[in-house]
Write a protein that binds this ligand. Structure first.
Ligand code: HEM
Length: 223
């Protein structure tokens, strides 16, 4: 007998899947490329140049990043609008994680929109009108100039923290929802693994951002 899946179920599963792949994978790649700034402007600029020389890069970006991101973001906002937080009645950690997943989603929606218009497209008059992707020889200088403005750097710190929290908690949700971690003990242990992964990713993300304002990042003096 054929199993009929409801439309909401399928839309929800696609939403969950896009969060892990390609968006989660893209975040790892993004932090890796940003970390090239740790060894100096030339290395970062070359990394941007290498990315831009990927064959069919525009189609890779549209199909692999923009479409999944727009789907995940818009459907995520719909899910958030339907949310019924019950934290005051049930103050358990999981209820707070439910709320923070939605709160970080809203923060990400605004920060990623501005971040893309700013660095990828260079479309924020008064701040930056040069696309980092199309000016690889100036990529480091463009980012560095902005990160030296304290309010902008703070916004990026909030963005990095929110993205990492959203992804680390999202991986846990995904593993439980897709029936990969079953049972209380397995879910507790994967919870610890996601926290460890989140702390590691946060350190990598912040260190890469600091490398644009301080040579070598946070450990520059020691390495
Ligand atoms: C751009 C704005 C974004 C919004 C509005 C948003 C919203 C949401 C919401 C509301 C959920 C919870 C869904 C549920 O519990 O059923 C969620 C889950 C998730 N999101 Fe996002 N998100 C955004 C961006 C991102 C990004 C950039 C990533 C990857 C780095 C990501 C990765 C995930 C993952 C892995 C999940 C867990 C999937 C699951 O529930 O099984 N999201 N998102």
């Amino acid at each position: 007998m054929a199993v009929r899946l409801s439309r909401t179920f399928v839309l929800r599963k696609i939403h969950q899947l896009t969060g892990i792949m390609p968006l989660g994978l893209f975040l790892l790649e993004h932090f890796y490329t940003n970390s090239k700034a740790l060894t100096g402007a030339a290395d970062f600029n070359n990394a941007v140049k290498d990315l831009q020389s990927i064959p069919y890069i525009l189609f890779v970006e549209i199909g692999g990043i923009f479409i999944p991101l727009i789907y995940h973001a818009v459907y995520g906002l719909v899910v958030t609008a339907e949310a019924r937080p019950n934290n005051l009645n049930y103050p358990y950690p999981r209820n707070w994680f439910y709320l923070t997943q939605r709160a970080t989603g809203i923060i990400l929606f605004f920060i990623i929109t501005v971040h893309d218009l700013n660095f990828r497209f260079g479309m924020i008059p008064g701040l930056n009108t040069l696309s980092v992707a199309h000016h690889p020889d100036q990529s480091f200088a463009i980012v560095s100039r902005e990160f030296n403005m304290i309010p902008i750097f703070i916004v990026y710190m909030i963005g990095i923290f929110s993205t990492v929290w959203h992804l680390a908690n999202g991986i846990w949700l995904f593993l439980v929802d897709w029936g990969i971690t079953i049972g209380e003990r397995a879910q507790r242990l994967t919870g610890y693994a996601c926290i460890a992964f989140g702390i590691f990713l946060l350190a990598v993300g912040i260190n890469a951002a600091v490398a644009f304002i301080h040579p070598g990042g946070l450990l520059g003096r020691f390495m």
